[in-house]
Each structure stands twice: as C-alpha cells, then as structure tokens.
Design a protein around this ligand. Structure first.
Ligand code: ADP
Ligand code: MG
Length: 601
C-alpha cells in the first residue's frame, strides 16, 4: 500500500481554518469586516473570556436570506466576487469566502439574520463541519454572529492562546483599527459586560481617534496637512494623524495603517513612518500614527495573506516615499520645541492676596570680607509645592502657541551665557535658553548631512597617519560606507590584512575617533533590520559624527562671538529645535509669561 493518502475533510477544514483563524482577534476582524461590507451603520461587539469563550458581532446591515445564510457558511461561498479579474478592483473587505466556514470549523457557531423585506429571519448553527440547525427565527434586520468555545475541537491551537486578558487586548486593538477606518459607523465594544468604547458616528478620522484612542493620545496629535499636487500625480494619497516624537513607545502598538480603508499590518509602512521621524526618535523606539493610504486599486494586491492583513504594492518605493515625505513635512511644520510656561506660584500657607514676609535668610548679604557664600545669591523661596518645576515644558493640555515660522534673518540678541551650559538670547519677544551642546550637535548634524549630499567635504591630512585593525564585520561596514566617508573628507586606506590607515579626516573630527566610528557603523549595520535605504544610512552616519565632533561641551565658556555664531547656525538649521537624538535644543520663555509672574500685564 502506498504511503500517500488524501486527508479526511475534517482535517482539511481544520488546517485551512488555521490559516484564517489564529486567535479570537482574527474572528472579530473577519466578522466585523463582514458587517462593514454589509453596509452596517452600527456594529456591536461583545466578548467574554478574552473572546475564547464567546464573541458576538451584531450588525444592522443588509442581512441574508435563509438560502444565503446556509451558503455563507460554506467554503468559497461569497457574494462579493464572481470573476477573478474583479479581485483587483475590489471595493469590499471580504472576497475569499472563507471566513465564516473557517470560524465554524473550529468553534460553536451561530448565525441569526434577517433581510429587510422578510417577515422572519433564520438561525443557522454549525459545529465543526456539520450544519446542526437551520430554522426560521425572530430576528432584527441585520446579522448577529455568535462564536463560542473557540478551538474546542483543536486543542493544540487552543494551547497556543494567551491569557484571556492578552487575547482581549488584541481584540480591542483590532477593533480600534477597524473603528478608525470607518468613522461613519458606530462601534460599541463590550468586554465582560463592560463598555470599553462606544464610538458614535463621526465625520473625521481625527474625531474618531479621540473617541477610541482617548483624549490623552489625541490632545497634541499632528494632523498631516493636505497633500500637495506632486503626490496626487501617482495617485497615492495619504491622510491621517501622528503624535509628537516624544510620545514614542517601545513597540509598534500605537500604529494603525489603512490601505484603501482596509486595516493592514505592514512592516514597510511602519519602517517608513519611523523614517519620517528620522533623528527625532531615540533608537529602538516607535512613533504613534494613524495613517490612511489611498492607491489606485489595481496597484495593490490584497490577496497575499489568508487573513488579508498584508498587502503588496506594485510600486512600494513610491508609496513609502510619499509616506516618509509627508510625515516629515508634518513634523517640520509642527511645533516641536518647548515653550516654558511659568505657573503662578502658589505659596504654601498663604492665602491669595496675602504677601508672605521675606525671610532674611533667603537674601544672604555678601560681606566685604570673608569667602563668598557657597549658597547661590538668590534662592527661589519658598519652594513651589509638590516638586513642580518652576519652568516646565508646555503641559500637554496647553494650547499650542503660535510659533516661530523660520523666517530669513530672525533677529536675536545674545544676553549672555549661564552656568557654562546655556546661551541666553532675546528672540522676538521671548527669552531663549539654548542648550549649547545640544545646539551644536544639531548644527553639526545638518552640516555633515549637507556635505554628504553635496560631496565636497573639507579634508585635513594627518601628520602622523593612524593605523588600526578591524574585524571582518567592521571591514564590511567600512567598505559599504567608504564612498560617503570619503565625501566627508576621510581618507581611509587598507594597510594589509585587517589593518587600515587613516590619512586624513574632516577638520572638525578627532582622527583618533575614526576606529570607533567605524565600529559603531558596523554595529548599526548588524542591528538594522529591513530599513536600509541610503538616506537612512546617511542620516545615521551624520548623527554619529555630530555626536563625536569636537563639539561645544557643557561647561565651556563661550565668547559673545561664538555664541552669536552658534545661534545663527542653529537658526539656519532645518530643524533647529531638537538635537539629533530628539532632545530639545532650547526652552523658550515668552516675555509676557515672565511679565505675568511679576503681576504685569
Ligand atoms: P467573504 O466575506 O470573503 O465573502 P465570508 O465567509 O466572510 O466570506 O462570508 C461569506 C458571505 O456571507 C459573504 O460574501 C456575505 O455574502 C455573507 N455575509 C457574511 N457576513 C455577513 C453579514 N454580517 N451581513 C450580511 N452578509 C454577510
Ligand atoms: Mg468576510
């Protein structure tokens, strides 16, 4: 007897079901997508036990006739597609005709539905692969699908599920995504009898973001500006919102992508979003964003994954380019630098209107003789309550002030330097406190990047060439980046075996730092995942060099000329307000805020 035989139908079903139904969240996604396709105005989702015990999806869509309801639970039964050519011009989310059959194969499945012109509806029950009931039943117009005891007949699958809390969270995340994709539909999500969100129909995605992601997320989000004509040409449109860079997370969970209103997971899109933030984001952190792409339907394949969660673009580069540029543009326009807000000092133990008596100890008198007091000349007393910093970054709830528009030739006046750390300057009705080190890093970063693009770096030969050894991975990194390093003014040559020699570096670079730089590049290369565009590499290189240059150090006294030069260069930068690592370069104190502190108006 041969060893090859056909699998029995039950096993075949279970294998295929496994492709579509991975976990409770996939059940919810398929059922809600069906409800959306059915034209529902309201979709209610209830789950119990993380969706493992029960998922109910109720819609007020077009419903199904009794015949259709029985067909619907069979594999490759779909009303959405009749010919394969239509696959690429699809307006519906479903088309494979597999979801209901797959879910029914691995759970206790019940469907209750009625079309508007029928007097009664139908109840269809399936368990495993057997239809156990199809009978007339009273039902509201629309469809309610109940899925209980997921994987009751597929124990190995069940064993792979996480805790009900974890599975429930995944459901919540999928529902947030789906709700974001259709602000016009009401979504009600109930988890173990508790309403998690009830998002009424909204006009815009931004409003929907507030409803399902919460006020905290929504208060300072950055809306992508309307697109220019250039992107419209390729037929690639992008809209959505992103969060300011400092709201980064350590996972991609705050990211939602839609392609032609279909919720998708996409590493390339996620990488492109990070690229848009570029150096605003600390390494290993992920920005938040809700981004909706529209592309001509025939340029995207939605049928590359059984759960339709991935898509493939005909011209992925073009799509990613649009995403990176638009995100970057939005961040450029947004106000990414800090404006200090001075809270009105509320003094402990004093009621409003009561002026506390000054404590002489707060105003040490410097005697002519004797050492100067170790205490600062003026202390802020009394301390504001609850460790509130006197100067804090704008609280998240404060309205964003109208900010500086990066005009040519902003007027500024250097006031001086403070503590060897900060440059103080008057700029357009504000006092700026500039972190000299961070500012210099920003300036250097942009200079290096410009040099990389213009290929005309200055070079300074070394009197004594420097030799060093490199491990093979670092040699590979050096080879890869050699052209760019040369553009910057480095002259690094092989010197036999593992040894290399630096003969020249850019004037601002300490030659002794060269081997370190190359080792860092090798490390970055090893760690970088699929995000490897040339532009990304150049930015990374520039940030690393800016970090190593003979930079203005904290604690270094600056001449007025040096401060002036630093501030002029900073103001000429593309992104003057953050250092290459995403930290602010300055804090701004509007004079009227200061005046208010003195009860002046
Ligand atoms: P697909 O969505 O790929 O067509 P499904 O297995 O998800 O496949 O659904 C099969 C068919 O059942 C759909 O094509 C649709 O006609 C019908 N159907 C499923 N869910 C609903 C619903 N909530 N309301 C109306 N019709 C539905
Ligand atoms: Mg479907």
């Amino acid at each position: 007897m041969g060893r090859i035989h056909l699998l029995d139908p039950f096993t075949v079903e279970q294998i295929r079901a496994g492709e579509v139904v991975e976990r409770p969240a996939s059940v919810v996604k398929e059922l809600v997508e069906n409800a959306i396709d059915a034209g529902a105005r309201t979709i209610r989702v209830r789950i119990a036990g993380g969706g493992i015990d029960e998922v109910v999806v109720e819609d007020d869509g077009e419903g199904m006739s009794p015949e259709d309801a029985q067909l619907a639970v069979q594999r490759h039964a779909t009303s959405k597609l009749t010919r394969s050519e239509e696959l690429f011009a699809l307006a519906t989310l479903g088309f494979r005709g597999e979801a209901l059959a797959s879910i029914a194969a691995v759970a206790h499945f019940e469907l209750l539905t009625r079309v508007p012109d029928a007097l009664e509806g139908v109840r269809v029950k399936v368990s495993g692969v057997t239809l156990t009931e199809a009978s007339p039943a009273a039902a509201p117009v629309g469809t309610t699908v109940t899925v209980r005891h997921l994987f009751f007949n597929t124990q190995p699958r069940r064993a792979f599920l996480k805790s009900p809390t974890a599975e429930g969270s995944q459901i919540e995340d999928v529902l947030i995504g789906l709700a974001l994709s259709r602000p016009e539909i009401r979504f009600v999500f109930t988890w173990d009898q508790r309403v998690v969100f009830d998002a009424v129909p909204q006009e815009t995605m931004v409003a929907r973001v507030r409803a399902v992601l919460g006020k905290e997320w929504a208060q300072d989000l950055i809306v992508l500006p309307e697109e220019g004509e250039d992107t419209g040409e390729q037929g690639i449109g992008l809209s959505g919102v992103i969060a300011p860079p400092e709201r980064h997370k350590n996972t991609r969970t705050g990211q939602y992508f839609f392609v032609n209103r279909r919720l998708v997971k996409s590493q390339p899109l996620s990488f492109a979003l990070s690229r848009g933030y570029g150096e605003l984001l600390p390494a290993g952190r992920f920005p938040l964003g809700v981004l909706s792409l529209t592309v001509p339907p025939h340029t995207v394949d939605v049928n590359v994954h059984p759960t339709k969660r991935e898509v493939k673009f005909q011209d992925e580069r073009a799509v990613l380019h649009v995403l990176v540029q638009r995100v970057r543009g939005a961040l450029d326009q947004a106000n990414l630098f800090k404006v200090a807000v001075l809270p009105a000092l509320s003094l402990p133990g004093s009621s409003p209107g009561e002026v506390p008596l000054p404590d002489p100890a707060d105003y040490p008198i410097r005697r002519k003789s004797g050492p100067p007091p170790a205490e600062p000349m003026l202390r802020v007393v009394p301390k504001p309550p609850a460790q509130a910093p006197i100067i804090s970054a704008v609280p998240q709830s404060a309205p964003q002030p109208v900010l500086w528009q990066r005009p040519d030739g902003t007027e500024f006046h250097i006031v001086g330097q403070s503590h060897g750390l900060f440059v103080l300057a008057e700029v357009e009705g504000e006092l700026w406190v500039v972190d000299q080190h961070a500012a210099h890093e920003r300036v250097m970063y942009e200079q290096v990047l410009t040099t990389l693009h213009q290929r005309q770096g200055e070079t300074q030969p070394l009197l004594l060439p420097l030799t060093f050894d490199l491990v093979p991975t670092a040699r590979a990194a050096l080879e890869e980046m050699h052209e760019y390093l040369t553009r910057l003014g480095f002259d690094i040559r092989p010197f036999g075996g593992n040894t290399y020699q630096v003969q020249a570096t850019p004037p601002y670079f300490r030659p002794a730092d060269t081997p370190d730089l190359i080792r860092e590049l090798a490390q970055a290369r090893a760690e970088s995942r699929s995000e490897n565009s040339v532009e990304a590499k150049l930015e990374d290189l520039a940030a690393r060099i800016a970090c190593k240059v003979k930079s203005v150090k904290a604690g270094q006294t600056l001449t007025p000329e040096a401060m002036k030069a630093l501030l002029s260069s900073l103001l000429a930068c593309q992104s003057p307000f953050v250092c290459p690592h995403g930290r602010p370069t300055m804090v701004r104190l509007p004079v009227h805020h200061l005046a208010a502190q003195f009860d002046r108006r």
